[in-house]
Design a protein around this ligand. Sequence first.
Ligand code: ZN
Length: 502
Amino acid sequence: MTSREAYNWLISHHTETTYLASTEALLAWDQRTQIPRAGHAHRAKQLAALAKLLHQRATNPRIGECLAQVEGTPLDTDPYSVEVANSREWRRAYERATRIPERLAVGLAEAAAEGEPAWAEARPRGDWKAFKPYLARLLSLRKEYAQMQEFEGEAYDALLEDYEPQQTTALLEPIFSELRAALVDLLRRIKEAPGKPRVELLRGDFPKVRQEAMIREVIARLGYDFEGGRLDSTAHPFEISIGPGDVRITTRYDESFFNPAFFGTIHESGHAMYEQGLPAKYWGTPAGESASLGIHESQSRMWENMVARSLGFWQYFYPRAYEFFPAFADSDPSAFVFAVNAVKPSLIRVEADEVTYNLHIMVRFELELALFRGELSLDDLPAAWDEKYRDYLGVSADGVANGVMQDIHWAGGAFGYFPTYSLGNLYAAQLYKAAELELGALEPQFASGDFAPLLGWLRRNIHAQGRRYQPGELVRVVTGEELNPAYLIGYLRRKYSQLYSL
Ligand code: ZN
């Protein structure tokens, strides 16, 4: 077998695997939007059968044999070629899958499948004691999983690697501590500011049909392609890619509050525009996939916050907004922008504003790290959670449901996932700055309804790259420097100093 033949086998094996995985995605979309209630049991079996098949394909020994034929050959020289990126990512996935015995892979899947419903049932009752044994099992399996992977510093790094390649605790800690100090200070100054936004503007009567009509118009203008996508309703909004030409988003409408559907859908459309901009010719291989979860989140957060919560954006869209919702005619774009950027420390991460959001993430990151270092026990976790909320956000818990039990992530064993949210915000600010260096100030462009230059820049610099670069490298190549928290800190200080007249 020549190296070219081996490479071609890897391409066809992985492309076929990706067809099966995208079938799984379509079943998952249907399960979360359309399925009749009585269909869930059968759907769970379909998904389990596919998951087993996918695991077998991911650990097929032929992958290792073919990779050995490709690595170190002329196909493997230019570090940024498609062939090298594909081989590197196939190697990573193969090693990570084959280091884990089937017993542990199955154990983790079962513990997650039991943990999530146990969490969903115990959370409304605030019943930490009922949930704790499930969490203990997930934590112990995840510790075992981490020990089986390769890592240099911390066991926790082995988990980070699954979500954000090459990210480590040693890199994150100084970035997060600089960001935390700046945010705590900014939050203190905002709390003392005399001016307050008129948030009552955003509460009232917002019929679903009107919200949906406005949202469709806005995201089409931003660049979401409805020819290759669709928008549906669901309980928990998400974006999901079935394949080229089929990238779907969902949203949830609150008829008495403007924000959740509007900004939530723009968030999901930011994810979707990234997927719609990936190079379709490499579909089925890593070169055709997104760079990482953190880079993905940078796209959604940029469109949701840096674009759709800017004054320029509302100078353009406000006249349309009060055609849909006449009550807005009593206000103006500046007052409206102040309202949609209101800062209010709360217990709930998913409702957090831009200033406090990353503090919610840091609480989780620090607690996860302490759990994996063996410095914190599950018995002490709820109290440690509450203490950090008092320290960083100045809010006191009203029980575990909105405290340590508020997120689904740990109930599925997803430790090490949360940092990707803050990385998304950090990447977004740094990328946005680089885009402005090339395109000039962006807000005046938004004010005239011109979003194509920003999308075009993201298409060229981020989307079209697929997974050729690791996320840290991608940021370095596109912005000319390492990830630097000064961009996010500077953006937030400028924006909120202006809004709150600090
Ligand atoms: Zn997101």
